[in-house]
Design a protein around this ligand. Structure first.
Ligand code: PEP
Ligand code: MG
Length: 882
């Protein structure tokens, strides 16, 4: 087979499409060469050689040596220089280049081919002895580190010694003689430390470097990077051997990096930085302050722009920018070097960009006729959109980070620290902005979470209560911040570094990074119009899957509609029960001695519940709304503190002792598998009857008075057996018909169920007899399929993911092979019984891009997710089609 591909002088054996074989860098060097751009000649050893190398005990295909020699010859003849020649030597760089970019993960060696003889030739070529010896010592340092495994600090130490000895501070203060002396000392140190001579033979150097690059594919850094980025180990890396060009031979030399458009805003101008008389590494390493390539986007106009300093090269680069964009039809990230006034391209690739830039570039390129709308939609990744949908920290602002936790719910928020939900609510009523800080949150904190600008917890993972609820509210949350110790008694928390933050102090949270900052850091609001709006119009034209939202309040419903929600897929009614003025009535209802007592308490709740539904229906203006009847374990509503029990006992006219006994009786060992969902509705039918009455009265009144046509979808949770649903359906129909008769209007309604237990999925054909729709509650379905507690998994699930036992957190991304199969079975069985059954998903997965794509594939009608994820789901649904 062919293992080596040449590029140089306008001819290339490879091309951009050959990334799998040549790696990204090699494929693009070939492509640039072929379209006539100035690229130093070289060759690429393919990724197949890497695969061979590992399959054959770190050896090469027998024909490789001859192929390399042949291509080296071609390089020599193009350059008019000879590898290893003492008078006019060719020097090369040896770099890795995988299919996917793995920045900084693998090794690079520059200036290869230098030895005590060839250095003389470089002096002759450059006329600069200092330059030649500086290049030589850099090569010895790099090579001994990367190829020979030398501890680089030992050589660095010799360098420092030399500077001390001469009383200078900068490398640039050392002379040719100093570098020459250091090369000798370096080699002696290497010999002394590892017992091997530094290789003088350029061929030996070359093969040593090639081996090191292939070897670096399996270094720990690279392995970890691949795991984090889902890059398969068997892809392998290619090796690029290329003629050296120098940006550090004098003031007519330079090196730089540039983007063909601004990668943070997407603005259509040339954006880049360069340094005169420097090597490529110097720009990125930040040792010297890089200068702008042009005046137009220069923040500091006192810095000399390349446009002025090297005008001809600049003009050539501008031209190349145009050629590259027309050719690749995407924003490029380029590296270039200027050697003695001559420009060379060293790299091009599609540039990484912010979400904002991704959208602007995609929309602009459609307008410019470079790409079509479909391509534009595919250019923006759904997960990236998240950045745009929340207020974010002003990138220009100063920040003082005091702790870091999990980025549980994106966005940014500032406010005064409070430690209880009641404090949060009270402060919000006074118009104050607060951050609620808790060890962890529970349903009792909902009102405080609503009132707060952001939530910070010391414990809990990405699926903890705080994280899920905050995401649902679109509220910024940093969870599991082990760096802080919360001291409720002292109304303060301390950070690991000893910073103490007291109640009333202002902090800022960044839910996208997990950072906690002292003081108020300014934010910028999300931009949903303009280019974003244009792109989303295209998105909606392509997608088939509908996107609804999970919303419990009129406010969330409005936000979701602004984000493009086409209905509510899940309105959880329990959160409504926690509001301060209701929870007493709810507790009274739960703890009532008999049906009559329960009905008395429910009668107090009914008008409030009806008001909730009126508000939500009104916001949704006739779009479908699925309302789930009460679901959580009763005990979540119970008072536990003595003072609460005393107060409640008083208001109910019973003794605290008997009330406590009742509370104890209701305690459950495993509440998630306990008295919840439809089991409540069956044992306390009055509760669901009241809710159904509230829903239907709201729908009937609005239909009568405001002219909407509303078709409420009433949803029964946690059904496992069809008989449960059959009985509850009877009750529901009875109440609905009573209300309709009493109101004297015609309102249609649907009755359906959640599929959130494996048994329900497996018997979906039976259940579909009683259900007009299914909504997959994949949070519980994941919990019950894995037998993995949603509330406790945070303690060990991160370990599962980090150590590769699970590829992803199944509460974040749907487990398609397990849980997903149950969903698929239920879809098929449900449709077999009732072909027009409406099918959707309302678990957290409804807003996760890969899960949305799965939902499209198995034929769901819609996904439902938290308001702020609606655009993400819309985009993912479009990607599923394209
Ligand atoms: C679910 O279980 O997936 C669901 C949406 O319901 P909840 O999260 O309220 O249990
Ligand atoms: Mg559920």
């Amino acid at each position: 087979g062919k293992y080596v591909y040449f590029f140089g002088n306008g001819q290339a054996e490879g091309k951009a499409e050959m990334k799998n074989l040549l790696g990204g860098k090699g494929a693009n060097l070939a492509e640039m060469t072929a379209i006539g751009l100035p690229v130093p000649p070289g060759f690429t050893i393919t990724t197949e050689v890497c695969t061979y190398y590992y399959a054959n005990n770190r050896s090469y295909p027998p024909s490789l040596a001859a192929e390399v020699a042949e291509h080296l010859k071609k390089m020599e003849s193009l350059m008019g220089r000879t590898f290893g020649d003492r008078n006019n030597p060719l020097l090369v760089s040896v770099r890795s280049g995988a299919r996917a970019s793995m920045p900084g993960m693998m090794d690079t060696i520059l200036n290869l081919g230098l030895n005590d003889e060839t250095v003389q030739g470089i002096i002759a070529q450059s006329g600069d002895e200092r330059f030649a010896y500086d290049a030589y010592r850099r090569f010895v340092q790099m090579y001994s580190d990367v190829v020979m495994g030398m501890d680089k600090d030992l050589l660095e130490h010799l360098l420092e010694q030399k500077k001390d000895e001469k009383g200078v501070h900068l490398d640039t203060d050392l002379t040719a003689a100093d570098w020459k002396e250091l090369v000798g000392k370096f080699k002696a140190k290497i010999r002394e430390t590892i017992g091997k001579e530094f290789p003088e033979d350029p061929q030996e150097q070359l093969w040593g470097a090639v081996g090191a690059v292939f070897g670096s594919w399996m270094n720990q850094r690279a392995i970890t990077y691949r795991r984090l980025n889902n890059i398969p180990a068997d892809w392998g890396t290619a090796v690029n051997v290329q003629s050296m060009v120098y940006g550090n031979m004098g003031n007519d030399c330079a090196t730089g990096v540039a983007f063909t458009r601004d990668p943070s805003t997407g603005e259509n101008y040339f954006y880049g930085e360069y340094l005169v008389n420097a090597q490529g590494e110097d720009v990125v390493a930040g040792i010297r302050t890089p200068q702008p390539i042009n005046r137009a986007n220069s923040k500091d106009t006192t810095l000399p722009a390349m446009e002025d300093v090297l005008p001809e090269c600049y003009q050539q680069l501008v031209q190349i920018r145009g050629i590259l964009e027309k050719h690749y039809k995407d924003m490029q990230d380029i590296e270039f070097t200027i050697e003695k006034g001559k420009l060379f391209m060293l790299q091009t690739r599609n540039g990484k960009r912010t979400a904002k830039a991704a959208i602007k570039i995609a929309v602009d390129m459609v307008r410019e006729g470079l790409i079509d709308e479909k391509t534009a939609v595919l250019r923006v990744s759904p997960s990236q959109l998240d950045q745009l949908l929340h207020p974010s920290l002003d990138p220009k602002a100063q920040k003082r980070v005091i702790a870091k936790g999990l980025p549980a719910s994106p966005g940014a928020a500032s406010g005064e620290v409070v430690f209880t939900a009641d404090e949060a609510e009270a402060a919000a009523r006074l118009g104050l902005k607060v951050i609620l800080v808790r060890v962890e949150t529970s349903p009792e904190d909902i009102h405080g979470m609503h009132a707060a600008q952001g939530i910070l917890t010391a414990r809990g993972g990405m699926t903890s209560h705080a994280a899920v609820v905050a995401r649902g509210m679109g509220k910024c949350c940093v969870a599991g911040c082990g760096d802080i110790k919360v001291d409720y008694a002292g109304s303060q928390f301390a950070t690991a570094k000893g910073q103490v933050v007291k109640k009333g102090d202002v902090i800022t949270l960044d839910g996208s990074t997990g950072e906690v900052m002292l003081g108020e850091v300014p934010t910028v609001p999300p931009q949903l119009t303009g280019d974003f709006g244009t792109l989303m119009e295209w998105v909606d034209r392509f997608r088939k899957l509908k996107v609804r939202t999970n919303a419990d309040t009129p406010n969330d419903s409005r936000v979701a509609r602004e984000f493009g929600a086409e209905g509510i897929g899940l309105c959880r009614t329990e959160h409504m029960f926690f509001e301060a003025d209701r929870v007493a009535a709810v507790r009274e209802m739960i703890l009532a001695e008999d049906v009559e007592g329960r009905k008395r308490a429910l009668a107090k709740i009914l008008p409030m519940q009806k008001g909730d539904f009126v508000g939500i229906f009104r916001e949704m203006k006739g779009l479908p709304v699925t309302i789930r009847l009460l679901d959580p374990p009763l005990h979540e509503f119970l008072p536990h503190e003595d003072k609460d029990i005393d107060a409640l006992a008083k208001s109910m006219g019973v003794t605290a002792q008997s009330l406590r006994a009742k509370v104890d009786y209701l305690h459950e060992f495993n509440p998630m598998l306990g008295h919840r969902g439809c089991r409540l509705g069956l044992t306390f039918p009055e509760i669901y009857d009241m809710q159904v009455q509230a829903i239907m009265e709201a729908a009937c009144e609005l239909t009568k008075n405001e002219g909407f046509s509303i078709v409420p979808e009433i949803m029964i949770p946690l059904v496992g057996v069809v008989t449960e649903l059959a009985r509850l359906r009877e009750n529901t129909v009875r109440v609905c018909e009573e209300v309709i008769a009493a109101c004297g209007v015609k309102v249609d309604y649907l009755i359906g169920t959640m599929i959130e237990l494996p048994r329900a999925a497996l018997t979906a054909d039976e259940i579909a007899r009683e259900a007009e729709f299914f909504s997959f509650g994949t949070n519980d379905l994941t919990q019950t399929t894995f037998g993995l507690s949603r509330d406790d998994a945070g303690k060990f699930l991160p370990f599962y993911v980090e150590s590769g036992l699970l590829e992803e957190d199944p509460f974040v991304s749907l487990d398609q092979n397990g849980v997903g199969q149950l969903v698929k079975v239920a879809v098929e069985k449900g449709r077999a019984t009732r072909p027009d059954i409406k099918l959707g998903i309302c678990g957290e997965h409804g807003g996760d891009p890969s899960s949305v794509i799965f939902c499209h594939r198995i034929g769901l009608d819609y996904v439902s997710c938290s308001p702020f994820r609606v655009p993400i789901a819309r985009l993912a649904a479009a990607h599923a089609v394209l």
